[in-house]
Design a protein around this ligand. Structure first.
Ligand code: GAL
Length: 736
C-alpha cells in the first residue's frame, strides 16, 4: 500500500462542526472560516460517488471500474462496508492485501475514499462461536445469520470483536492518502434497532437507573400504580416483550429512547477509536431520514458526527417527490443547515419494494439535485456496479447489468458534468426560510403508541401533508428538529406535537409572544415527557396559548368524515374531530364544522397574542387545527394562515406548485434551485442571475429559442425541461 501523507484537499463539509449555535449566527451559517477547521480546507466542488464493493468482482473488473469512474467524474467511493468476512476470514487471520490494492488504485486515479469500519455485518465464524450476539425479537425469536446486521447493539461480545476490527482499520489506513472520511458501520439500526434479548434487558436497566436514579422515580414516571405493575427491585424491569395486553406506554416510550441511545452509544464507541487514531479524519455514519424509518432519533445523534450523511430512496406514490424534498430538508435541519453528504440513493429501481419501478427519464438527475438543493454537498449512490449475485442483484447501480452502453450510464456521466458545473454551490448552506415545520421524535414515537383514541394516526404523514401544502403554494419551509432555535421564523407549524414538556411549552409561548405565528393540530400538547396527560382539558400544555379547550376527543371511523367551512371553501375532515370550546376572547374562528357531531363548533381557530411590551416585538398568534384535512385540504388552510402572517411565495404565481424553490447561500451569493415537479416543460419568468445549470429562453426580440447553461445574466425566462432542474446564482438577499 501507499504510505504517503499527501492527503487530498478535504471538502468544506468535512470540517468538524462548532458548538451548537442558533440558525443565523455566523457559526451556524458556516461562513468560511467561522466553524473551525483550517484555512487550507478550501471547498473543491461537489462530491460524486457510490458504495463500491470490489470484493464482489474479479480483479480485472477493477480496471474497468476505475476507467468508468473517471469517465463519470466520480470523486469519492465508500469502501469495505460489508467486508468483515473478507478482511477477517477467521478469528486469527487478517487479509488486507486486496483492500490495500484497491485503495491505492483509487488514489492513483484521483478518487478519494470514505472508508467503512466494516463492522456492519459480522462474519459466520463470529456468530457460530458467539450466538449470544444475535438479536431477539419481542416474541423471543432469534434473528439468525444469513442476511445482515445480525448483532445486538448492547452485546459486549459483539462490541469487543467489532471494536478490534475498527482499531485494525484505523491503524492500517489512517495515513492512506486516499482516505477522506471514516464511515462508521452502515445504517445503524436498519434491521436491529429493537432487540429484546437479555443483553438488552440489562443495558435497559442501566439506562433507566441513569435516567431515574431511584425505583420510586421510575415507578412514578411509568405510572406503575396502574395494573399492579409496581417494581420493588431493578431486576424485575424488562424490555416491553410480548405481553398479555398493551404493555405500559411509558415503558414502551423509554424502550424506544433507550434503543436509539444504545446505537448512539455504539456509534460513539467506534468514533472514539477513530478519533484517537486519526484526529484529522472526519467521522460520519449514514442516517436513514426517509419514510417511516423512525427508530433512531437522528437529531440527537448528529453531534456525534463531523458531518451528517443520509441515505434516501424514493418511495413510490402520489407524494414521492414531496417526501424526497421533505427528507432532504429535514436532513439539512438535523445538520443545522450546514452542508451534508447524500451517502446513498438509487440511480433507478431498488429491490425491496413490492414492485420496484425504474426511474423515468430525467428523474435520476432531478432526484439527486433536489438533495443538493437542500444542502447536500455530495451525491452518492448505492452502489457503483450492480451486483451479479445476492439479494440486491436487481437493485440499480451507476453501472447497470447492461454495462456502460446504456441510458443509465450516460445519465450518470451527464450528472457528473452537471455537478462539476455546480462547483460554486459547494460549502453553501440551506438559506433559512420564513416558515418552518417542527419535527419531534418523542411525539412521533408517543403519538403512535397503542391504546390510543385511534390507531390510524400517522405522525410523519401529517407533517408531510403540511409540507405538501407548502410546496403546492410555492412557499419555502424548513423542516427542523423540535430542539432547533425557532426565533427568526415568522411561522412555525408543529403538527401533532403530542409530547410537550413544560420547557417546550414555555419556548413556544415565548416564540408567539415575540411575534411568531404558531400553528398546531389535533392531539398536540396532550402529554408530558413521561406520557402523562396534562389535566384540565386538551390541548393540555398548549391550552392557554391556543385559547381553546377540548373536553373529549372525537375520532372518526374509517367511513366517516365531516365538512369544515373555511374562507368560503368546504373541506373534508377525516380521522379526528373535537368539540372545541373557544375560551379566550382573542380567539378568532377561521373554520367551522358544518356536518357531523361537531356541526356548529369551531374547527380551526387562531388566537391573537399581543406583544409582552418588550421593544421591537410584534403581535403573534397561535392557531389550532382540530382535525385532519390531508395534503389537499390543507392548502387553503395554510394559505389563509400564511396570508395573515404576511408570508408569501417567492415564485411567480404561474409556476407555484409546479416548481419547487430551494435556496442555498454562502453569504455572498444565493443559489436558487428550481425543480420542475412535472413531466412537462415549465417556463419560469423573472429569475435574474447567472445560470449554473439549466437554460434560459432567449430574450424576446432576439432570434433562437433557448441558450444552454451560461454564466451570463440573460433576462429571458428560465426553461425547465420535464423533470428538469435549473440553478441560478444571485447576489445574496439578506431578507431574513
Ligand atoms: C441501504 C443499505 C445498502 C443497500 C441499499 C439498497 O439500506 O445501506 O447497503 O442495501 O439500502 O437500497
Amino acid at each position: 500500500m501507499s504510505t504517503t501523507t499527501d492527503r487530498p484537499v478535504p471538502h468544506r463539509w468535512l470540517r468538524r462542526p462548532g458548538p451548537h449555535a442558533p440558525s443565523g449566527t455566523p457559526a451556524a451559517t458556516g461562513a468560511p472560516g467561522t466553524t473551525g477547521g483550517s484555512a487550507e480546507h478550501a471547498p473543491s466542488g461537489l462530491s460524486y460517488g457510490a458504495d463500491y464493493n470490489p470484493d464482489q468482482w474479479p480483479r480485472e473488473v477493477w480496471d474497468e471500474d476505475v476507467r468508468l469512474m473517471r469517465e463519470a467524474g466520480v470523486t469519492v467511493m465508500s469502501l469495505a462496508i460489508f467486508s468483515w468476512a473478507r478482511i477477517q476470514p477467521t478469528e486469527d487471520t487478517w487479509d488486507f492485501a486486496w483492500l490495500d490494492e484497491i485503495m491505492d488504485l483509487l488514489h492513483e486515479n484521483g478518487i478519494t475514499v470514505d472508508l467503512a469500519t466494516a463492522t456492519a455485518s459480522p462474519p459466520p465464524w463470529l456468530t457460530t462461536k458467539h450466538p449470544e450476539i444475535l438479536p431477539q425479537t419481542r416474541t423471543g425469536e432469534t434473528l439468525w445469520p444469513g442476511a445482515r446486521q445480525q448483532w445486538r447493539p448492547t452485546s459486549p461480545v459483539f462490541r469487543e470483536h467489532a471494536l478490534r476490527l475498527v482499531e485494525r482499520m484505523a491503524e492500517r489506513y489512517g495515513d492512506h492518502p486516499a482516505l477522506v472520511a471514516w464511515h462508521v458501520s452502515n445504517e445503524l439500526g436498519c434491521h436491529n434497532v429493537y432487540d429484546y434479548s437479555d443483553d438488552a434487558a440489562s443495558a435497559f436497566r442501566s439506562w433507566l437507573r441513569e435516567r431515574y436514579a431511584t425505583l420510586d422515580a421510575l415507578n412514578a414516571a411509568w405510572g406503575t400504580a396502574f395494573w399492579s405493575q409496581r417494581y420493588s427491585a431493578w431486576e424485575q424491569v424488562l424490555p416491553p416483550r410480548l405481553a398479555a395486553s398493551h404493555p405500559n406506554p411509558t415503558q414502551q416510550l423509554d424502550f424506544k429512547r433507550f434503543s436509539s441511545d444504545a446505537l448512539q452509544d455504539y456509534l460513539r464507541a467506534e468514533a472514539a477509536i477513530l478519533r484517537r487514531a486519526t484526529p484529522d479524519v472526519p467521522v460520519t455514519t449514514n442516517f436513514m431520514v426517509m419514510g417511516e424509518t423512525k427508530g433512531m432519533d437522528y437529531a440527537a445523534w448528529a453531534d456525534e458526527l463531523d458531518f451528517v450523511s443520509n441515505d434516501h430512496y424514493v418511495l413510490p406514490g402520489p407524494q414521492a417527490l414531496d417526501e424526497l424534498s421533505f427528507s432532504a430538508n429535514l436532513t439539512g435541519g438535523i445538520a443545522r443547515h450546514r452542508p451534508w453528504f447524500l451517502m446513498e440513493h438509487s440511480t433507478s429501481a431498488v429491490n425491496w419494494q413490492p414492485v420496484n419501478v425504474a426511474k423515468k427519464p430525467g428523474e435520476l438527475a432531478r432526484d439527486s439535485l433536489t438533495h443538493v438543493a437542500h444542502g447536500a454537498d455530495a451525491v452518492c449512490y448505492f452502489q457503483w456496479r450492480q451486483s451479479a449475485a445476492g439479494a440486491e442483484k436487481y437493485h440499480s447501480g451507476m453501472v447497470p447489468h447492461a454495462g456502460e452502453h446504456s441510458r443509465l450510464f450516460r445519465d450518470v456521466v451527464a450528472l457528473g458534468a452537471t455537478l462539476r458545473d455546480l462547483a460554486p454551490v459547494a460549502g453553501s448552506e440551506q438559506k433559512p426560510s420564513r416558515a418552518a415545520i417542527v419535527f419531534d421524535w418523542d411525539s412521533w414515537w408517543t403519538s403512535e403508541l397503542d391504546s390510543h383514541p385511534t390507531d390510524r394516526l400517522r405522525y410523519r404523514q401529517e407533517a408531510l401533508d403540511w409540507y405538501s401544502a407548502f410546496l403546492a403554494l410555492g412557499v419555502r419551509a424548513d423542516v427542523v428538529p423540535v430542539a432547533s432555535d425557532l426565533t427568526g421564523y415568522d411561522v412555525v407549524v408543529a403538527p401533532v406535537l403530542h409530547v410537550v414538556p413544560a420547557p417546550l411549552r414555555d419556548r413556544l409561548t415565548t416564540f408567539v409572544e415575540g411575534g411568531g405565528h404558531l400553528v398546531t393540530t389535533y392531539f398536540s400538547g396532550v402529554v408530558d415527557q413521561d406520557d402523562h396527560a396534562w389535566l384540565g382539558g386538551y390541548p393540555g400544555a398548549l391550552r392557554d396559548l391556543l385559547g381553546v379547550r377540548v373536553e373529549e376527543f372525537s375520532p372518526l371511523l374509517d367511513h366517516e368524515s365531516a365538512t369544515v367551512e373555511l374562507g368560503g371553501e368546504q373541506l373534508e375532515a377525516t380521522l379526528w374531530t373535537e368539540p372545541v370550546d373557544v375560551v379566550d376572547p382573542d380567539v378568532e374562528v377561521l373554520g367551522w364544522y358544518k356536518t357531523g357531531e361537531q356541526a356548529g363548533r369551531a374547527a380551526v381557530t387562531r388566537r391573537a397574542v399581543a406583544p409582552t411590551g418588550r421593544a421591537g416585538e410584534r403581535a403573534g398568534s397561535a392557531a389550532y387545527v382540530s382535525t385532519r384535512f390531508g395534503r389537499e385540504g390543507l392548502v387553503p388552510v395554510l394559505a389563509r394562515l400564511l396570508d395573515d402572517a404576511g408570508v408569501r411565495s417567492e415564485l411567480p404565481a404561474a409556476v407555484r406548485g409546479q416548481v419547487e424553490l430551494a435556496v442555498r447561500t454562502d453569504g455572498t451569493d444565493d443559489f436558487w434551485f428550481l425543480v420542475n415537479r412535472t413531466a412537462q416543460p415549465v417556463e419560469v419568468p423573472d429569475v435574474a442571475g447567472d445560470v449554473l445549470a439549466g437554460r434560459r429562453l432567449a430574450p424576446s426580440g432576439t432570434t433562437g429559442t433557448a441558450s444552454t447553461a451560461s454564466t451570463s445574466d440573460v433576462p429571458g425566462a428560465l426553461l425547465l425541461d420535464p423533470r428538469g432542474v435549473a440553478v441560478v446564482r444571485r447576489p445574496a438577499d439578506p431578507a431574513r
